[in-house]
Design a protein around this ligand. Sequence first.
Ligand code: URA
Length: 210
Amino acid sequence: MPDQLTIVDHPLVQHKLTHMREKTTSTAGFRRLLREISQLLAYEVTRHLPLTTQLIETPLAEMEAPVLAGKKLALISILRAGNGLLDGVLELVPSARVGFIGLYRDEATLKPVQYYFKVPDGLDGRLVIVVDPMLATGNSSVKAIELLKERGARDIRFLCLLAAPEGVARMAEAHPDVPIVTAALDERLNDKGYILPGLGDAGDRMFGTK
Ligand code: URA
């Protein structure tokens, strides 16, 4: 397991993930669990945000109290499933700027092709958190991060719900500087690129499509 990978083994995360995996979980239930779990994962992915102090007055005394140092955040959702993780993270860091990257797979080359790209300015001065629930082959994550680096992003973290060893290895090769936070590392990919045991197609499960 590369150093860049953090698995959030908190009991609440693991419990909610199990219910998300179950095929009988409804679309509404899946969305609610994803929102809750994304807040818990956001806690981990923002763990190293720099702090400074501010002089405040409690009812009893003055104190130099810790506050965020003001490093600006950008959350980048890889469409469409990334949006499910985005909402929960945004609730914890409401002032973050938000960007979207749309990629589809070219069936001839199997390479990801960009169809949408809208991200905040000044990525070079921001902590950039890329969100996508499933790190499967890693092709779209690697491509999205490449595009963000081309736009100047230097401090990038990747947040997902489930990772496959194949995707982690691909990220380690292409972007060893990008920490990955996930709720679980599953066994492998099947021949269609789905994570096993996984939870199925995250986009379909959160939006009720097939
Ligand atoms: N994308 C998904 O939604 N699920 C997988 O298992 C792999 C990629």
